[in-house]
Design a protein around this ligand. Structure first.
Ligand code: GTP
Ligand code: MG
Length: 362
């Protein structure tokens, strides 16, 4: 399975607009709040010029990029954790994402009403964060209620869990997102099953309208730094219009140059998202495909193999690896071998960004 990212924020801030700019999916965009009711899902190929150059070495093979899934989720308002607005159900959707892109309105437009009547990114961010935190408090309370009787019965494991949850609850009450707590690996593992929303990595996305950065978006960037979150600014409507104006990437690039957009919102968001989630890309050239794959930094060779085929992890013998730039420099795998540059690695090898890998399996 690939990675996914949920677009979260107040109603009418441009979530569906940005979703369309990212996916070209044509989701409904309206100037009134709560226009999105059911979550829109879009899968996008991750643009990577290294894959283009690798594919050029194998003109007979099919080029398959790695993908990322975006979810355009309904707008969230004060009281959402108690069912206000469209309520609780979409908080459950947030539970299933790997990362949250928190969309913040940073554009002025009298034709687009703001649910709170005025533009104030800091207040908006706090409304959304509070709802996520309150949902986590509810989850923590419910779990604690179930554990307490067992702890009284003297189960040691349970009381360890109980202590951890009480500590986390206290921190969330104080307004600290779970992702910012100092927890060790074991503690993180203990929390994983709870699906806490403030544990997810967050990327703040300032929807800046037609202009570039402004004082509102600068405030969002500062908030992101404070909260251990990533940050990108996207000119939502403009980028959506460019994507919708043409299917041709070259033509879209011309439009972007015209508007002095150096890199598409998608590219910037993906770069920030990969950094935030500590993701890397490796490549394979076996069979009929030249293909890019996404894994977490630190993934070992057998588990990377499991991305291709679940069997590969069990049947792993070794992997043959060459950094993509070396392969491109030599021009063929044969030349890489001749030069003695192909590394043979075992099950403890950690895959590096840009590795081209051939898995040898039993
Ligand atoms: N001026 C301006 N308007 C924008 C921009 N981005 C979005 N809008 C407008 O804002 C309104 C809301 O956009 P949507 O994308 O539907 O917002 P949403 O966050 O998905 O809203 P809900 O689904 O209702 O929560 C629409 O009228 C958009 O055209 C922008 O960059 N500039
Ligand atoms: Mg919407």
């Amino acid at each position: 399975m690939g990675f996914n990212c949920g677009l979260v924020g107040l109603p009418n801030v441009g979530k569906s607009t940005i979703f369309n700019a990212l996916t070209a999916a044509g989701a409904k965009v309206e100037s009134f709040p709560f226009s999105t009711i059911k979550t829109n899902i879009g899968v996008v190929p991750v643009p990577d010029e290294r894959l283009e150059r690798l594919a050029a070495l194998y003109p007979e093979k099919k080029k398959v990029p790695t993908t990322l899934e975006f979810l355009d989720i309904a707008g969230l308002v004060r009281g959402a954790h108690e069912g206000e607005g469209l309520g609780n159900q979409f908080l459950a959707e947030i539970r299933n994402v790997d990362a949250i892109a928190h969309i913040v309105r940073c554009f002025e437009d009298p034709l687009v009403p703001h649910v709170d009547g005025s533009l104030d990114p800091k207040r908006d961010v706090e409304v959304v964060e509070l709802e996520l935190a309150l949902k986590d408090l509810e989850t923590l309370e419910n779990t604690l209620d179930k554990l307490q009787p067992k702890a009284r019965a003297g189960e040691r494991e349970v009381s360890k869990q109980l202590q951890l949850l009480e500590r986390v609850r206290e921190a969330v009450r104080q307004g600290t997102p779970v992702r910012m707590l100092e927890l060790d690996e074991e503690e993180r593992a203990r929390l994983r099953g709870l699906g806490l929303l403030t544990e997810k990595p967050v990327l703040f996305v300032a929807n800046v309208g037609d202009e570039d950065e402004n004082t509102y978006s600068q405030a969002v960037a500062a908030l992101a730094r404070e909260r251990g979150a990533g940050y990108v600014a996207i000119r939502g409507r403009l980028e959506m219009e460019i994507v919708e104006a043409s299917q041709d990437e070259a033509e879209r690039a011309t439009w972007r140059r015209e508007w002095k957009i150096e890199e598409s919102g998608l590219e910037r968001l993906i770069r920030a998202g990969y950094q935030l989630l500590e993701l890397i890309t490796f490549f394979t050239t076996d069979g009929p495909e030249v293909r890019a794959w996404t894994v977490k930094r630190g993934t070992k060779a057998p588990q990377a193999g499991a991305k291709i085929h679940t069997d590969f992890e069990k049947r792993f013998i070794q992997a043959e690896v060459v950094p993509i730039e070396q392969l491109l420099g030599k021009g063929s795998l044969h030349a890489v071998k001749e030069a003695g540059l192909l590394q043979r690695v075992g099950e403890h090898y950690q895959v590096q960004d840009g590795d081209v890998i051939h898995f040898v399996v039993a």
